[in-house]
Structures are given as structure tokens and as C-alpha cells.
Ligand binder design. Structure first.
Ligand SMILES: [Zn+2]
Length: 306
């Protein structure tokens, strides 16, 4: 009798762990452009979640109702046009699903910085290379556990000072486009986890300053830069709203702010696409996704013929 009791007690937990079963409102906004995300129907439940690969990286698959959706991060440098997902159902051979990526012209921003920061010394270049390797590893992480939530709270109070995707020039030299969202706030302002996660990495980096990287599951990784202090340790579990650090101006910055990056399948995408409907209701101009051209947030329905 005892064994039977344990089986019954375990069954609901197992079912819950199998997949994200998010209400429609919890899916991020669709913005199939570079720096945005494509949401592509890849199958029907109750069949098992298919495995999806894009650009050599595993892709997050979320269940909404009876539909499996691939939530595909599209990096800023991705070429517009037709792209393909590779989809694997169980042990059978892979099929491909095509989807279209449109164009988006992000705004241009000119910055003036101390030339010593723009042209790092050979010693600092070696340090930067090591740090980029370690961040690349972090962003390429794919843990099998599905995220508990695909909707984010704002990780800090403050004003959006630089939106995602800005095409940047430092002292008139073209540099990497802005890969996150900046929230300006006084040093010491608390930074909290926008959704449940594990602490994947912490460190003090040349460009990024004091940093926390969170793993939300299935390749959904978020990063917090320029902190005055880090309040969590690598490997710790953090709940939504739990403090992870404080706003500062460490690394390459002109003033205290939080640089917040969101990554899916190793592609940095517009964090504003993931803000929960409660945050979106505030409708502040800075919270409107740049990947949607700054228009009031609305998501196109996902067609599914699977
Ligand atoms: Zn930034």
C-alpha cells in the first residue's frame, strides 16, 4: 500500500516538471526581426515537446494550451529573410520549419569616452578575451529544466536611459550595437531577479564591471552589469523579486545604471519583449520594445498548422 501512496503523491509533480505550461499572456511579444524573437509552432501536445535547434543552438520550447511553441532568439547581426529551425520529434529524423525574419532600423547613438577605455592596453585585451570566452560559455548554456515563467518584472526601479539595439559610435568609431536595456538609477538601488532562476556566474569584468548572470532554464539567460555590489553566490537559487545586487558604475560606464541583457539560444534580444503584462500596463515610452519600433506593445497571433 505504501508504494502506491508514493506513486500517487509523485505523479502531479512529475507532470508539472515536464514542461512550461504558460498562459498565452505569459509568452513574450513576437518581434521576428534582428534583436527580436520569433515564436514558431513546432507541434501539438499531448505529444512530447520536440527538440528544436537554430544556428547550432538548442531553442526554448514552451507549451501554451495544446501547442508547443519554439521561442527563438534572433541576434542583432542576423540577416533578414528566410531561416530554418531543425525540429526533432523523439528518435525520428529531423524535419525543418521555415520562418521569416524582417528588418528593423535601430536608432544611432554617439558616445564620447576616455580614449584609454576605448583602446585597452595589450594586458587588458588579454583579460577582455578571457572574459568574453567565459560569458560566451554562460550564454551558450542550455539546462533542460523549463523556465517557470517567460514574463519578467523590471529588475530595478529607474528610468530607461538607453533602449536595446542602439547602433553605437564611441569617439566616432563604430562599436557593437547596444545588446541590452539600460536603467538609470542612483548607486545602491536594489536589483532583483525578474523571474525565478539559478545564479550561473558572477564576476568583475573589464567592460561589464561587477556582474551577475542568471539561468532561467532552456537557454534563457539574463545578465546584470555595472553593479556596486553582488549579493548572490554562483549556484544559488533565486526567487522572483529576490535581491541579487545593487546599481553601481563599475566597468566601462559614464554614470550609475543597470545594463540588463536577455539572451535566448545565445542571441541577445530586446528585454522589453519579456516584460509581464503588469509592467507593460505602465506604458512608459522607454518600456516599449525597440524591436517593435517603439510602438505600443502588441503581439501577432502565432499560426499553427502542425
Ligand atoms: Zn547598456
Amino acid at each position: 500500500m505504501r508504494h502506491l501512496y508514493f506513486l500517487i503523491a509523485l505523479a502531479p509533480g512529475l507532470a508539472l516538471a515536464a514542461a512550461v505550461s504558460a498562459p498565452q499572456g505569459d509568452l513574450p511579444l513576437t518581434a521576428p526581426v534582428p534583436g527580436g524573437i520569433a515564436i514558431v509552432c513546432v507541434g501539438r501536445a499531448p505529444g512530447p515537446a520536440p527538440q528544436v535547434v537554430f544556428d547550432g543552438q538548442r531553442v526554448l520550447v514552451a507549451r501554451v494550451g495544446d501547442v508547443w511553441h519554439a521561442v527563438v532568439g534572433l541576434r542583432l547581426a542576423l540577416r533578414p529573410g528566410a531561416h530554418e529551425l531543425s525540429v526533432l520529434d523523439g528518435e525520428t529524423s529531423a524535419r525543418t520549419i521555415r520562418f521569416e525574419v524582417g528588418t528593423r532600423d535601430y536608432e544611432t547613438q554617439h558616445l564620447v569616452l576616455d580614449p584609454r577605455q576605448v583602446e585597452p592596453s595589450p594586458r587588458n585585451l588579454r583579460r577582455i578575451a578571457r572574459e568574453q570566452e567565459s560569458l560566451k560559455r554562460a550564454f551558450s548554456t542550455f539546462s533542460d529544466a523549463a523556465p517557470e515563467s517567460l514574463g519578467f518584472d523590471l529588475p530595478s526601479e529607474g528610468r530607461v536611459s538607453s533602449s536595446f539595439g542602439l547602433r553605437r559610435f564611441l569617439n566616432n568609431e563604430p562599436r557593437q550595437p547596444h545588446s541590452g536595456l539600460d536603467i538609470a538609477a542612483p548607486a545602491g538601488t536594489p536589483i532583483t531577479a525578474p523571474a525565478p532562476a539559478y545564479v550561473l556566474e558572477t564576476g568583475d569584468y573589464f567592460f561589464n564591471g561587477r556582474t551577475v548572470v542568471l539561468d532561467h532554464g532552456q537557454g534563457m539567460i539574463t545578465m546584470y552589469n555595472h553593479l556596486s555590489q553582488v549579493d548572490v553566490a554562483k549556484g544559488a537559487r533565486v526567487a522572483r523579486g529576490e535581491r541579487i545586487g545593487a546599481v553601481g558604475q563599475t566597468g566601462r560606464v559614464t554614470g550609475p545604471h543597470l545594463h540588463w541583457s536577455v539572451s535566448l539560444n545565445n542571441a541577445r534580444v530586446d528585454p522589453a519583449l519579456f516584460l509581464s503584462s503588469d509592467v507593460r500596463k505602465q506604458d512608459a515610452a522607454g518600456l516599449r520594445p525597440a524591436a517593435l519600433g517603439g510602438a505600443p506593445a502588441e503581439s501577432a497571433p502565432v499560426r499553427c498548422s502542425e
